[in-house]
Design a protein around this ligand. Structure first.
Ligand code: DP6
Length: 339
């Protein structure tokens, strides 16, 4: 390695919320999706990851922080990280081993998806520790290969589209930024109704997607929705964007509920929040719901509506916590390391 080799790097990477969702894979192991997706990168919900490259033989070390100090991560988490470290080591030809520590800046008990932010931060941390200044397309491609496809979008800030195209060998499938965060200040008020991990992983959801009799219909509907989201983004037209993202989220959950075996991510409080958001609209507050593969509801709105949305969500039965986030600029290198 050259003398300038930074060896240890810390990167924080945000989570993202998809307006058009990745659901179903052509190749699940390397996350080549069935359909294009488009997301907004968040600002404050982040994973922070320190990566150190050691020029010696041996096993990688993976630690995490879950509130207290750094601890050795359990195999359920560490195994996916180690597999990705092996993948990146092979890609770079760097040899040696890695020492990694990671934490989330949002409450990890909140049950919010952290794989996208986590694998984006890990990928960028490894590249940083190896002194590799790769182009955005390569960073995105490498993050996608972690198996957490949505990580391919989190390497960029603002609004990000991930086309479903790939070469025959699964290469060249990466996200691109379609607009910077400064283009449109949208907010995401997250109603946390479920703490702890969800019962069925996104990976199992992707695996089952095609078993839904409605999956082909979903694929037929998506180009219209995607065009609508692109146009609404270009024109900063919230009246056009909102209905499409809510329709899309309900569609994803309809696919999940009609898969075999069926997947019910919603909790009763999910419906409470969806209803409250409809009532907000009836009362003149422009706010629309979307959900990932889980029970929590992300309520998207413009800044002028955020206080009213947060107040209403915070008063609902079954809402444990309200997190106020919004569009952000993407990953950042941090001066302070976790170890
Ligand atoms: C519903 O396979 O990327 O959030 O690795 O659990 O983050 P995780 O999931 P991934 O699937 C994402 C599924 C989704 C929709 C989306 O973000 O596009």
């Amino acid at each position: 390695m050259p003398a300038s080799h930074p060896a240890k790097t810390t990167v924080s990477s945000p989570s993202n919320i998809a307006f058009i969702k990745y659901w179903g894979a052509q190749d699940l192991a390397s996350a080549v999706p069935e359909n294009p997706s488009l997301s907004m990168t968040l600002d404050t919900c982040r994973s922070r990851c320190t990566v150190e490259h050691l020029d010696e033989e041996g096993a990688h070390e993976v630690r995490w922080r879950q509130g207290g100090g750094l601890e050795t991560a359990p195999p359920s988490f560490a195994d996916r990280v180690i597999a990705h470290l092996d993948r990146l080591r092979e890609w770079s030809g760097c040899g040696g081993r890695f020492r990694v520590a990671t934490e989330n800046t949002f409450p990890s008990a909140a049950g919010l998806a952290s794989s996208a932010s986590g694998f984006s931060a890990l990928t960028l941390g490894v590249l940083g520790a190896l002194g590799r200044g790769e182009a955005g397309a390569v960073r995105s491609e490498l993050a996608r290969r972690s198996g957490s496809g949505s990580a391919s979008r989190s390497v960029f800030g603002g609004y990000v589209e991930w086309p479903a195209d790939a070469d025959a060998d699964g290469a060249n499938c990466h996200a691109v930024q379609v607009a910077a965060a400064s283009h449109w200040n949208l907010r995401d008020v997250i109603a946390v109704v479920e703490s702890g991990p969800k019962e069925v992983s996104s990976l199992d959801g992707h695996r089952r997607a095609r078993t839904s009799p409605y999956f082909e219909e979903r694929l037929r509907q998506l180009p219209r929705r995607l065009d609508g989201v692109r146009a609404a983004l270009a024109d900063r037209d919230f009246g056009r964007l909102g209905p499409i993202i809510e329709e899309e989220a309900i569609d994803l959950h309809m696919i999940a509920m009609t898969s075999t075996p069926a997947i019910y991510y919603w909790k009763p409080a999910t419906l409470t929040v969806l209803e409250a958001v409809r009532h907000l609209r009836r009362d003149g507050v422009a706010a629309w719901s979307t959900m990932d593969a889980g029970a929590n509801v992300h309520v998207i709105c413009e800044p002028k509506s955020e206080p009213a949305v947060a107040e209403v969500l915070g008063g609902l039965d079954g809402v444990d916590q309200v997190i106020r986030d919004g569009v952000g600029d993407g990953p950042a290198v941090e001066a302070e390391h976790l170890f």
